[in-house]
Structures are given as C-alpha cells and as structure tokens.
Design a protein around this ligand. Structure first.
Ligand code: HEC
Ligand code: HEC
Ligand code: HEC
Ligand code: HEC
Length: 497
C-alpha cells in the first residue's frame, strides 16, 4: 500500500503536465513525453486552426479538445521543463474573412501566437481571404519586429523578401530551421482571374518557387528544412512525391481531423499531419544520437491543461470588442426567411404559454430555456458573440449563424427571443396565434399543420441536428434527447413532467 502511494507520488513528480488535472480525464489520458530525454530542440507543429480559438464547450468543456488557452498552458509547461522549443504552424489560422474574423485574429489569435513564440506560419488559403492591410500587418517585417507568415508562391503586391518572405530561417540551440510554405494551383488560380477576390495578391507555380528556395545558399545551409503545403489532395501528393527527401518535414494542409499516433514518412521526409481546429499539436524531439535521432508524439489539448490566464484575458477583450461593435458593426444583417410569408414573425415563447400551458411547463424546465443564461455563465461571457448566440437564441439560421428577419437581435431589442424557444423548432408563431384568436377554422387548421414538427419521418431529427451537430453535441441521440423534452397537450396521453 505504502509502496503504491510512493509510486503514484513519483509518477506525479515525473509528469508535471499531469499534476494539476482533474481525476476523471487523466485516468484515460496518456502521460506526455513519457520516457523522453531532453531533446536538443523540440519542434511543436500545429496547423488548420481555422479560427477555432476555443472549443465551444457545448458538450461540456471537459469533454472537448482544443483552444489556444490550453495550448498556451502547454507552452508554459515546456518552459518550466527548460526545453528548447520551436513552434511552427502550417497555416489557415483564420477561418475566413469579415469583421469578426479579423477582430478575433487581432485580439486573440495573433497575440496568443506571439505569446507562444511561434517562429513561423505558412500562408494557407484562408489567410488569402484577409484584406491586404491585414496580410501586410501580419507578414511584413518591420524594423525590430519579426512577423510570422511566409509563402514561396503567394505574395502581397509583389514577390519580394521585403513583403511576404518566401522562407523564414529560425535558429534554436545552434540549429537552423528553414521554413517554406506553398499553395497548390487549385487555391491560387482564383487570384489570376479578372474578378480576383484580392488583386493585390500575386501567385506563382508552387514547384518552381520551391526549387528557387532550395537553390538559395542561405536556405541550403539550414540543418532542418520544413515545408507546409495547402492544396487539393492530388496537388499535395504531387508536391510530396516531387520534394520527398529535399525537406526533412512536410506538413500537408487539409489533413484528417486527428494526427496519427505514429509519424508517417515519404522517402527521407517525415510527414506531419497536424489535425484541425486546434485540437492537437504534434511534437517532434530532435536528438544528436545516431540511434534515436528523433521522437514523435501527438499532443491532445484536453482538459488536463488548465486554461491560461493570459489567453482568457485576450478572450475577454475580444468579447468586449464584439459587444462594442454590435451586430451591424460586424456586418451582420437579418436575412429573409421563406417562412415569413406564411407564418409571420417570431413572437417569443411567453406568448405560446397562454394556450399551451403543458408544453410551456416542459420547455421551461428544459435546458433549451437556459440556453441564453449558459452563454452568460461561460468564462468570459459570450452573449455578444455571433458564433455562439446563433444556436442559443430564437430566430437565427443556425448553419449560417445569421439572424432571420424578426429574429433575435440583442437582449435589449428582442428580450422575448433569448434562448431556444418554441419557435426554434416550430417556426414563427405570429399568424398561428392570430388565427387561433379568430374564428376562421380553415386558416386555423392550415397554420396548425404548418407549425407542426412531426415526429414521424425524419423531419424532427433533421431539424435538431442543425444545432445538435457533431461539433456542438457529439453525444446527440434523437431518441434519448427527445425523451428529455417530450411534450404533449392531449390530457389523455401521459405527460412526462
Ligand atoms: C390563442 C391560443 C394559442 C396560442 C397563443 C398558441 N397556440 Fe398553438 N394551438 C392552439 C390551438 C387551439 C391548437 C390546436 C389544438 C392543439 O393541438 O392543442 C394549437 C396547436 C398547436 C400545435 C400543434 C399542431 C398540431 O396539429 O399538432 C403547435 C405545434 C402549436 N400550437 C405551437 C404553438 C406555438 C409555438 C405557439 C407560440 C408561438 C402557439 N402555438 C401559440 C392555440 C394557440
Ligand atoms: C436552435 C438550436 C437548437 C435546436 C433546433 C435544438 N436544440 Fe436542443 N439544445 C440547444 C442548445 C443551445 C442546448 C443547450 C442549452 C444549455 O444547456 O444552455 C440544447 C440542449 C438540449 C437538450 C439538453 C441536453 C442535456 O444535456 O440534458 C436536449 C435533450 C435537447 N437539446 C434536445 C433537442 C431535440 C430533441 C431537438 C430537436 C427536436 C433539439 N434539441 C433542437 C439548441 C437546439
Ligand atoms: C451550431 C449550434 C451551436 C453553436 C454555434 C454554439 N452552441 Fe453551445 N450548444 C449547442 C447545443 C446543441 C448544446 C447542447 C449540447 C448537448 O447537450 O448535447 C449547447 C450547449 C452549450 C453549453 C452548455 C454546456 C453544458 O455543459 O451544459 C454551453 C456553455 C455552450 N453551449 C456555450 C457555447 C459557446 C461559448 C459557443 C460559442 C463559442 C456556443 N455554445 C456555440 C449548440 C451550439
Ligand atoms: C426542440 C424542439 C422543440 C421545442 C423547443 C418545442 N417543441 Fe413543441 N414539439 C416538438 C416536436 C418534435 C413535436 C412533435 C411531437 C409529435 O409529433 O408527437 C412537438 C409537439 C408540440 C405540440 C403538439 C403536441 C401534441 O399533443 O401533439 C405542441 C402544441 C407544441 N409542440 C408546442 C410547443 C410549445 C408551446 C413550445 C414552447 C413552450 C414548444 N412546443 C417547444 C419540438 C419542439
């Protein structure tokens, strides 16, 4: 018994990354860097964050991987270990363009990457959606300030090392790392058209530009060469085929959601699949030893990593900025809804209570009724974040995360539409209520039919999963979930509540 305790104690000491975790998760979580000696340099590879600065927490944060906050804690733990760390991102840090995406990048992603001391990032197709100003801001070095981005075959204004550098050389513990990034033709072709999305962006052939970089004497001298590549599956395969052995590490973009447990290789190159949405990193330890020159491990950003105060602070600033900017300032305007003509406007659940006491009572006890409060209880609160409110209010298109006409706008303007109300499932109630208050039987019947969400067939389930999707409700099971919110008006049928 004592011996067992001692072993547990030793284990905790030897695994600082596991020390402050909650017991539920760690029982299944693998210890990190188990049995590793201090590497000469530890490379940390990530990619395809796609704007997922945080996991949404919809299925309980403890069950979800990802988030820059946990990633930052990981880097702080490495710092405590005193390892020499070099972080490189394949690219696609953002998801798209638009005001919110730029605010998120500006307030959270860029600053978090700076804090984590990323040495380089490739320019992916998502970065090409940024405005010229933003691209310049984040890729063009200024005196005393080195930026992150690099691309051999995409440039702003002109191909020149003074703008987006074709490669970046990073030094760590006496070693030189040369990082290059390219985009396949399927992604660059758009910028050669007449109606190009951004005429300031110049693109060129990936393979030709890579050959130029490889011939550069400065680049040639690098101890380790790293290539990141975004493109179609074929384009990536062709680049790997042509350049296997010329680069030590190749990071293909658009990889499977999770990195493999073991490193893949192509000839002399190690292929690093980073996964997406910031849920994993891949760590590669480099050693001088001939016997074991390299170790590989994938790092899942699960709840063993506490959230970092620094990143939480950035998230808070960002949320405050979203509140100040407001939906119109973010360019978010209500979109038309084909149902408006037949059903009228959204009215809010309280109006339904007058005639559907039983259904209302079930709903009021359900989590749908708390959905708005959950956003307020999150740290930091997210009641002004369109990427969150879309599914936690009434009257939004939950795929596009845009409000419908007459849908929720803000707690001030539309207090009756906070949370997932009756109309989130049944559709707008205005005309149904008007009909039921009148005496036109035909109209009443017609509208009753239209606001039904029938259980038979697939319609109800298909509707649920517009919100209960794989990201936000991975445990969703229609049968089980419906049981929890089942409501009936007919008093002869038994009501679950
Ligand atoms: C003025 C009274 C009244 C109000 C207010 C009202 N309803 Fe109804 N509703 C009725 C009556 C009457 C029926 C038909 C009897 C029944 O199915 O309970 C009905 C039927 C329904 C049905 C079932 C249709 C069917 O045939 O299966 C749904 C769904 C429904 N209402 C949803 C709502 C929603 C959502 C609201 C609020 C936006 C609402 N109702 C507001 C009176 C009302
Ligand atoms: C407009 C988006 C939306 C739609 C449509 C939707 N839900 Fe939900 N649902 C939510 C949100 C948001 C929550 C979480 C509320 C909270 O806890 O803050 C939730 C929570 C739930 C829960 C509680 C889960 C738990 O942990 O106890 C159940 C059950 C549920 N939904 C069932 C359904 C079913 C069944 C459907 C389809 C008939 C459906 N939902 C349709 C958004 C939606
Ligand atoms: C695509 C729809 C959708 C979006 C977007 C969304 N949510 Fe949710 N959220 C849900 C659903 C569905 C649930 C219920 C999940 C379940 O219980 O299976 C939920 C549940 C939650 C819960 C309750 C978790 C619990 O343990 O009870 C929180 C908190 C939450 N979401 C926060 C957020 C935040 C923060 C964001 C923005 C980053 C967000 N949601 C964006 C659909 C969404
Ligand atoms: C998460 C989705 C969802 C929400 C939220 C919801 N309902 Fe329903 N409701 C359904 C589904 C699905 C059915 C179909 C049941 C069936 O066909 O037996 C239904 C059935 C009904 C019926 C017909 C009941 C019967 O006896 O046949 C009424 C009335 C109704 N809902 C009213 C409401 C009211 C009022 C609210 C809000 C207080 C509400 N619903 C909230 C999904 C929802």
């Amino acid at each position: 018994m004592r011996f067992a305790l001692f072993v547990v104690f030793l284990f905790a000491l030897l695994n600082p990354l596991r020390a402050d975790t909650d017991s539920v998760q760690t029982s299944s979580a693998q210890a990190l860097f188990d049995g590793w000696e201090k590497p000469k340099v530890l490379l940390v590879f990530t990619g395809s964050l796609n704007g997922y600065a945080e996991p949404c927490g919809c299925a309980g944060l403890e069950n979800m991987k990802g988030g820059l906050s946990r990633r930052h804690t990981f880097f702080l733990e490495l710092k405590k270990k005193n390892w020499d760390v070099l972080a490189i991102d394949a690219g696609n840090l953002n998801k798209g363009s638009g005001k919110q995406e730029e605010l998120k990048y500006n307030f959270v992603i860029d600053e978090a990457y700076r804090q984590m001391k990323y040495g380089a990032a490739g320019i992916g197709n998502n970065e090409l959606l940024f405005s010229t100003e933003t691209l310049v801001l984040y890729s063009v070095d200024t005196p005393g300030v080195t930026k992150r981005y690099t691309s051999a075959n995409a440039a702003v204004l002109a191909f020149s090392p003074d703008f987006i550098p074709p490669y970046r050389i990073l030094e760590k513990n006496g070693m030189k790392f040369g990082v290059v990034s390219v985009l396949g033709k399927s992604l660059t072709a758009e910028f050669q058209k007449d109606d190009t999305p951004n005429s300031d962006i110049k693109t060129a052939d990936a393979a030709a530009k890579l050959k130029e970089v490889l011939q550069n004497p400065d680049y040639e001298k690098c101890n380790k060469k790293v290539l990141t590549v975004f493109g179609s599956k074929d384009e990536i395969e062709n680049i790997i085929k042509e350049f296997a052995g010329k680069f030590d590490f190749i990071l293909p973009g658009n990889t499977p959601a999770e990195p493999p447990l073991e490193a893949k290789t192509a000839g002399q190159s190690v292929i690093i699949e980073t996964g997406e949405k910031g849920r994993f990193a891949v760590a590669v330890g480099l050693y001088d030893s001939e016997k074991m020159p390299m170790r590989y491990e994938r790092i899942p950003f699960d709840s063993r990593f506490k959230s970092s105060e620094t990143v939480t602070k950035l998230m808070r600033l960002y949320q405050e900025q979203l509140e100040r900017t407001g939906l119109p300032g973010l360019g978010i305007r209500p979109i038309p809804d084909s149902r408006t003509a037949t059903l009228g406007a959204f009215t809010g659940a309280a109006k339904c209570a007058d005639c559907h006491e039983k259904s209302f009572a079930v709903w009021k006890k359900s989590k749908h009724h708390q959905a708005w409060e959950s956003l307020n209880a999150a740290v930091p609160p997210r009641q002004f974040d369109p990427e969150c409110i879309g599914c936690h209010v009434t009257g939004w298109n939950t795929r596009q995360l845009l409000p419908y006409q007459h849908g929720f706008l803000s707690a001030k303007q539309t207090p009756q539409l906070v949370s997932v109300g009756c109309e989130s499932c049944h559709g707008q109630g205005e005309k149904h209520i008007a009909a039921e208050s009148g005496s036109n039987k035909t109209l009443q019947e017609k509208l009753r039919r239209l606001i039904r969400l029938p259980l038979d067939g697939d319609a109800a389930k298909q509707h649920c999963i517009t919100c209960h999707d794989g990201d936000n409700s991975p445990q969703f099971d229609f049968g089980k979930y419906w049981k929890k919110i089942e409501h009936k008006e007919d008093s002869t049928k038994e009501n679950p509540e």
